[in-house]
Design a protein around this ligand. Structure first.
Ligand SMILES: [Zn+2]
Length: 289
């Protein structure tokens, strides 16, 4: 049985490799977009941000943000298509107006061109997919599948815990240096909402307004919006708290899920997830090099 399987695999792999090494970046992207039934709107940010669409794809790296270190790692892995969830050039639409004479922008763009990389953003459609690809990665990482509301996949009923215990549990499971918490540490918790990334004040406050939610677990929020709302709610003795994971920590596992899924779409292509790393550190506790 093992011999027969090995023979079958050895016959299949060279064939699929030969077929797939000829795909251009544009063809890989089109195939990804076809493979997901939910299509993004016409003005999607899921576009090529730098590089040549006609480049033959040697390998793929998925990541949360294409930092300089991620780009260097992609080059070391001989991958030339970088699939990123978030922008390359420091704003939602990757507009260069502000950066056209900026040394950081220019060095990054030159690195991408010198190494013949193609950067494609995979944001809108990965969120539109059902299940949401980013949510799938986060929920698996924290082990909350069994607590998920069947018709409301970003809401959970957990075994009874407290805000502080929940925050510590998330910090440990997500390997986060920094997690910020607003609210009473000893507040009892069962109902939790998850709002990844920068979901905005409206979605965040609407989640906190629900009677079945005590804690909102979010990526980031303006400190004078959801943060202040939660602080006021606590000071009015309402059972509400906010755990801010940081944008990267709240979403990066979903890009590892993207790599796993992409391997099913392109079985012959080398595909790696590269962690773009949490940017923050605490005074006195700098990150290990
Ligand atoms: Zn996102």
């Amino acid at each position: 049985m093992i011999i027969r399987l090995a023979l079958a695999v050895s016959m299949l792999i060279p064939f699929s490799l030969a077929a797939q090494t000829q795909l251009t970046a544009a063809q890989v992207i089109a195939r990804i977009q076809q493979a997901i039934p939910q299509k993004p709107l016409a003005d999607t940010v899921d576009t090529i941000k730098a590089g040549e669409p006609s480049a033959i794809v040697a390998g793929i790296v998925t990541t949360f943000t294409p930092s300089m270190d991620v780009l260097r790692r992609a080059v070391a892995l001989h991958a030339n298509l970088v699939i990123t969830h978030e922008p390359t050039f420091y704003n939602h639409r990757d507009e260069s107006t502000l950066f056209i004479n900026d040394p950081v922008y220019k060095e990054k763009l030159a690195y991408i061109h010198d190494h013949h990389l193609v950067i494609w953003r995979f944001h809108d459609q990965w969120h539109l997919r059902r299940p949401d690809g980013i949510g799938e990665g986060f929920i698996a990482a924290v082990g909350w599948q069994k607590y998920q509301h069947p018709n409301d996949p970003f809401f959970f009923t957990l075994p009874p815990t407290t805000v502080d215990a929940l925050a510590q549990d998330l910090q440990q499971k997500l390997h986060a240096r920094i997690v910020r918490v607003v609210g009473d540490p000893s507040l009892p918790v069962t109902g939790v909402a998850y709002r990844p990334g920068a979901s905005g004040e409206a979605k965040q406050v609407q989640a906190l307004e629900r009677d079945d939610v005590q804690v909102l677990v979010a990526g980031e929020a303006s400190e004078w919006e959801t943060v202040m709302y939660t602080q006021d709610a606590q000071q009015q003795h309402r059972p509400k708290a906010l755990i801010l994971l940081g944008h990267s920590t709240s979403e990066t596992d979903g890009m590892e899920t993207a790599a796993t899924w992409l391997r099913t779409v392109f079985p012959g292509l080398p595909i790696q997830y590269v962690n773009s790393a949490e940017p923050y550190w605490l005074p006195g506790h700098p990150p290990q090099p």
